[in-house]
Design a protein around this ligand. Structure first.
Ligand SMILES: [Zn+2]
Ligand SMILES: [Zn+2]
Length: 295
């Protein structure tokens, strides 16, 4: 039905009132019904565009990228849903603020209690004295706006795990491209960090050395056996994930070690990583033994 050529520029696609009306109508169809499709006529009516020629032109610009045309009608394409869904879920609403949800754990600088607050619609974890414990990774304020402290902490733990695991494994958490990362010294933090900038989307992923090992199977099992689900724990409540928790085993080649579980075990797991952030050794002092037992 439509004869205009599709655009591939997302800014051009959504930066026009008629096109946004069409996309909103398709997003509503997806939210409010099991059938995400609209016929040409239904979609024209739902978008509130009376002029058929005008509607047809703008629809044509969308089909093939953010809108798919199928035998059942028009619907958002998978790509369209992925890029547009967060906007309609109320996320990125500039009016959403979060203030004063208390969180578990303490500030690593002053020991004070923590809370989550929002700035530029992005979440940040701070202590009463104003030290920033964590920022950047958690995204928009709506994620925890109506949650209890326990729910908010579990949500932030899961969101963090979801972003950190690909981030330290060679995949950009934002755009999912493969890119290189490595551990380097960070002067301003006075510690080592894992850094993996992404040329594709411009994301500047950074994680503590402990975060590189957090979801390693042996580490996750060791903690699970001691009642700690590493996926659901916000990182700052795990001592080994804090900045500067590493010790230097050797500088060339770089080998860093973090002690996992110092708060829950008398015999913490000693985990060694290389410059790429890969785990190259896991040792535990076995009870009654004189030396480390290699697992
Ligand atoms: Zn503090
Ligand atoms: Zn990226």
């Amino acid at each position: 039905m439509s004869d205009a050529s599709p655009s591939t520029d997302l800014f051009e696609l959504v930066g026009q009132e008629a096109r946004m009306a069409i996309l909103r109508a398709l997003l509503s169809a997806r939210r409010e019904s099991d059938d995400p499709h609209h016929s040409f006529t239904e979609l024209k009516e739902a978008a509130g565009i009376e002029d058929t020629g005008r509607f047809n032109y703008h629809l044509g610009r969308l089909v093939g990228t953010v809108v798919a045309k199928t035998d059942d009608g028009y619907r958002l394409s998978r790509y369209g849903f992925r890029v547009l869904a967060p906007m309609t879920a109320g996320l990125y609403d500039p009016d959403t603020t979060v203030d004063g949800i208390e969180l578990p754990g303490t500030c690593h600088e002053c020991g004070g209690s923590l809370r989550v607050e929002s700035e530029e619609n992005s979440l940040r974890v701070v202590c009463r004295a104003g030290h920033t414990v964590n920022e950047g990774i958690f995204g928009h304020a709506d994620v925890v706006a109506d949650q209890s402290p326990e729910e908010a902490a579990a949500t932030l733990g899961l969101v963090n795990t979801q972003a950190t695991e690909p981030g330290v494994s060679g995949v950009c958490p934002k755009c999912h491209r493969r890119r290189e990362g490595e551990i380097e010294w960070l002067d301003r933090g006075d510690c080592y960090v894992y850094r993996a900038p992404c040329d594709g989307c411009g994301s500047r992923f950074m994680a503590t050395v402990g975060s590189c090992v957090a979801t390693h199977p042996t580490v996750a099992c060791f903690l699970a056996d001691r009642g700690v689900d590493v996926r659901r724990r916000v990182p700052w409540t795990l001592p080994f994930r804090q900045a500067g928790a590493e010790t230097v085993v050797s500088e060339d080649p770089l080998r860093l070690r973090v002690a996992v579980g110092t708060d829950v075990a008398d015999d913490p797991l000693q985990v060694t990583v290389d410059r790429e952030g890969s785990v190259v050794g896991v040792d535990q002092l076995a009870e009654g033994a004189d030396g480390p037992e290699r697992r």
